[in-house]
Design a binder for this molecule. Structure first.
Ligand SMILES: Nc1ncnc2c1ncn2[C@@H]1O[C@H](COP(=O)(O)OP(=O)(O)OP(=O)(O)O)[C@@H](O)[C@H]1O
Ligand SMILES: [Mg+2]
Length: 229
């Protein structure tokens, strides 16, 4: 059996007094899975994603991604880890409005020091693949929500991360754009991309996920594998 790409062992996260945001979570995610994390507001979904991304540290337990402990990295090492290993997409896109679409997509490659010509070729390929090539020179402010989210996906995939994380990727989209992003995520996963996605959108979980976990009060209350997609 191949090693899991994500290995979370006995992880708890406490912010202050009161209920922990995560409470003794153990979870393994294999390469090629599309895991949907469901749960009510406050159940710990974003906290779980942030720990996987190294954006936050657990109070207890270990988080291993791609064979490497990520729960105790320094700030610089953690930023490098995200740059090289993680693509992230968010509900509100988090694009830079004063860069063009192409500029946004190129950014992770520039941070990684990729040669300019190679980076531009990769960006062009991604924009083509995601159906937004004609907007390469436009600024994000002029695009629709669905188009912006596709730019965010292109940026997330720029450095070919083994792991794509998404927090409510359809949360701010109309139903047609949401359907479009759903299809895109399904296709990426079919091509082998490992995805962990947090969502309230049960249609997204149903269509995209190969496995679904439900969080209740910071604990995994259910863990279901899809029969077939
Ligand atoms: N930085 C923080 N400081 C203090 N408490 C926090 C912080 N981040 C999250 N929490 C608390 O941890 C719990 C889990 O929060 P989390 O953001 O993971 O929930 P969520 O499932 O993503 O909710 P939503 O669906 O509303 O996004 C909540 O009670 C929240 O108030
Ligand atoms: Mg959240």
């Amino acid at each position: 059996m191949t090693a899991p790409i994500i290995e979370i062992r006995d992880v708890s996260k406490r912010y202050e007094a009161g209920r922990p945001a995560l409470d003794g979570v153990t979870l393994e995610v294999g390469a090629g899975e599309a895991l949907a994390v469901l749960g009510r507001s406050g159940s710990g979904k974003s906290t779980l994603l942030n720990l996987i991304a190294g954006l936050d540290r657990p109070s207890e337990g270990a988080v291993t991604v791609d064979g490497r402990r990520v729960d105790g990295l320094s700030e610089a090492a953690s930023a490098r880890y995200r740059r090289d290993r993680i693509g992230m997409i968010f509900q509100f896109f988090n694009l830079l409005d004063d860069l063009t679409v192409e500029g946004n997509v190129l950014l992770p490659a520039q941070l990684a020091g990729t040669a300019r010509e190679r980076a531009r070729a990769r960006a062009a390929e991604l924009l083509e693949q995601l159906g937004i090539a004609r907007h390469a020179r436009a600024y994000p402010g002029r695009l629709s929500g669905g188009e912006r989210q596709r730019v965010a996906v292109a940026r997330a995939l720029m450095n070919r991360p083994p792991l794509l994380l998404a927090d409510e990727p359809t949360g701010a989209l109309d139903s047609a754009s949401a359907a479009n992003v759903r299809e895109l995520l399904v296709e990426l996963n079919r091509d082998g991309q490992t995805i962990v996605l947090v969502t309230h959108d049960t249609a997204l979980a149903a269509s995209c996920a190969t496995r679904t976990i439900g969080l209740v009060d910071g604990r995994i209350a259910r863990d279901v594998r899809a029969a077939a997609r």
